[in-house]
Design a protein around this ligand. Structure first.
Ligand SMILES: [Zn+2]
Length: 299
């Protein structure tokens, strides 16, 4: 088999994670129960497709080094302290590129790029090539195929119309994994939502004027205190992700709901101390009773 990244033929392919393993370990470790863990993952495609035979052992290990850097230097420190200030070098952009690359190649292999125009498809394939070359050290930077990173936290107030904001918003921001290829006539973004972080790989962007303090550079400083601005399209996509999550929670059958309730009851201490529960409390502060889905008419 041929490695999707380095194109070496006749190699034994590894069963590679599309979303790094440490993310799922984090979700499991900090969740109240395994049932909640599934409830928090609104994208079915992530659940049944987050591992693929994609990479040779060398490439797998290459991507792994940046995953370790991201997890140790940014992911867990930010989870522990939202006031983080951090100097980074190229591990951050390498990690973001590797995530956007994996999201895009998965979509290509699964024939999920049909919503792109022929011209956008050509650009997407070029981005895959440039990102691949950058990861392999054949290019000094990813050029116009930029990476943007958002650090997420619970929302206490917002300026959207109430009906546009899902009651699961904070659980979505803090807990969900969600992958998408966003395309409009002028723009194509690779959208990878992880717990607490959103990575946007740019394929085609009309104007970057509205984006402030989100671009990942070859080296730089991250401070959670600076204001970040992104295009309204991304804000809308975040809300749509939260709504999808609300729908999934609401769609549980009474039996599944009972099973979840029993699990919570039997693990009440673990649930109360879990991040899922804290995010639910944050949603409760923001949305009141609509946060719970025990009765459909509540929505
Ligand atoms: Zn390889």
């Amino acid at each position: 088999m041929t490695c999707s990244l380095c194109n070496k033929p006749d190699v034994e392919l590894q069963n590679s994670h599309i979303i790094p393993k440490f993310i799922f370990r984090f979700i499991k470790k900090t969740g109240g129960s395994d049932f909640l863990r599934f409830a928090e993952n609104p994208n079915k495609r992530v659940q049944d497709g987050f591992k693929r035979y994609l990479l040779c052992l060398d490439c797998e290990q290459l991507l792994n080094t940046w995953e370790t850097d991201f997890s140790k230097q940014l992911f867990y420190p930010y989870y522990d302290n939202k006031e983080i200030i951090l100097n980074y070098n190229d591990w951050l952009i390498k990690f973001c590129v590797s995530i956007s690359w994996r999201n895009l190649i998965l979509s290509k292999l699964d024939n999920n790029l049909e919503h792109l125009t022929p011209k956008q498809l050509v650009t997407a394939n070029l981005a895959l090539k440039v990102w691949g070359d950058y990861l392999l050290g054949k290019k000094p930077n990813p050029g116009s195929f930029e990476q943007h990173l958002l650090l997420l936290d619970s929302v206490e107030e917002h300026t959207f119309k109430p009906e546009d904001v899902p009651p699961t918003l904070n659980r979505y921001l803090n807990r969900a994994v969600d992958l998408d290829i966003m395309a409009s006539p002028n723009q194509v973004f690779i959208y990878t939502k992880l717990p607490l972080f959103l990575i946007i790989g740019i394929i085609d962007m009309k104007s970057s004027k509205k984006w402030v303090n989100t671009k990942v550079k070859l080296s730089g400083k991250i401070s959670s205190k600076v204001d970040r601005k992104i295009s309204g399209l991304i804000g809308d996509r975040i809300n749509a992700g939260g709504k999808k999550m609300a729908k999934i929670l609401q769609s549980y059958s009474p039996n599944q709901q009972k099973l979840i309730d029993n699990t919570i009851e039997n693990n009440i201490e673990r649930v109360a101390n879990s991040e899922s529960f804290k995010s639910m409390q944050d949603d409760y502060k923001l949305f009141g009773k609509h946060v719970f889905f025990s009765k459909k008419e509540d929505l």
